[in-house]
Design a protein around this ligand. Sequence first.
Ligand code: HPA
Ligand code: ZN
Length: 329
Amino acid sequence: MTFQTMPKVELHTHLEGCAPPAFIKQLAHEKKIDISGIFDAGGGYAFRDFDHFLKVYEAACTTLQSPDDFRRLTMAVLEETAAHGVVYMETFVSPDFCGGGDLAAWKDYLAAIEDAAREAEDKLGITLKGIVTGIRHFGPEACKPAARCAAETFGDFVTGYGMAGGEMVRRPADYAYSFDMAREAGMPLTCHAGEWGGAAMVAETIRHLKVARIGHGIGAIDDHAVIDQIVENDLVLEVCPGSNVVLKAVDGWGSHPIAKLRDAGVKVTVSTDDPPFFHTTMTAEYDMLNKTFGWGEDDFKALNKTALAAAFCDDDTKARVAKRLETAQ
Ligand code: HPA
Ligand code: ZN
């Protein structure tokens, strides 16, 4: 059984992390950059653990040097994502990788990404929105220009602010300034937490950063009080099971807490995070959830409804995507 053609909503992807290895290799070749060390013999990305993954990720990003590179990247990513039935996708975009946090440069990169998104929407029927993202291990000071870029470009395409990167660097409260800046601009918020930092990191993130969604959040499973807090605050988890399995945030599919969290009343959604890094696709995620937990079409329909309700886009876009979810079923 495959769920490939089923229309899907995906909330948690990293734009550069969706880059097919062949695409990055081609850019490296064009620019004469030697990053051969980040690939394995089969041509895929090679990394040992989460910290090494972040290093390999950043090495791959050194090939992305201009707005036009990001235009090509966005097109390549959307072709791949649309092939797995995704009709609406949110992706993390980082001013740090797009002009080093400079606002004028950021606007140029953003224009190129939006251009490609419009073209893909016309050609492939997939809608893309961006969540501007600070990179936690670059430190709280480096997240401030990212938040400023977010606040200054909040609108039709840029729909939210978030934070990714090394979760164990500093504590959530250290990043409150950036989140406050984005919130004051009216932006909805999400933050990676509880991928590595357990239930305490999830609780601190809710308390200090006042997010609507949490990236991963799986560590909440170890503390009933934190699960209650998620449910009571109507927060949504962007769960990426295949990513968690490959990075060993969990021991394997069988012990992934997504089903227990859902059964405890938590609003869970499913995403691929950085699909070529984790050898996954949305189809593969659904197939594994079906094999592991017996989830079927009705479960996935409910999942997509939850995801669309939690999407950061405007109501008109939601209404259009809702029709796509309904009519194709
Ligand atoms: N987790 C945290 N930070 C990231 C990731 C991820 O999977 N991908 C890119 N930055
Ligand atoms: Zn992520």
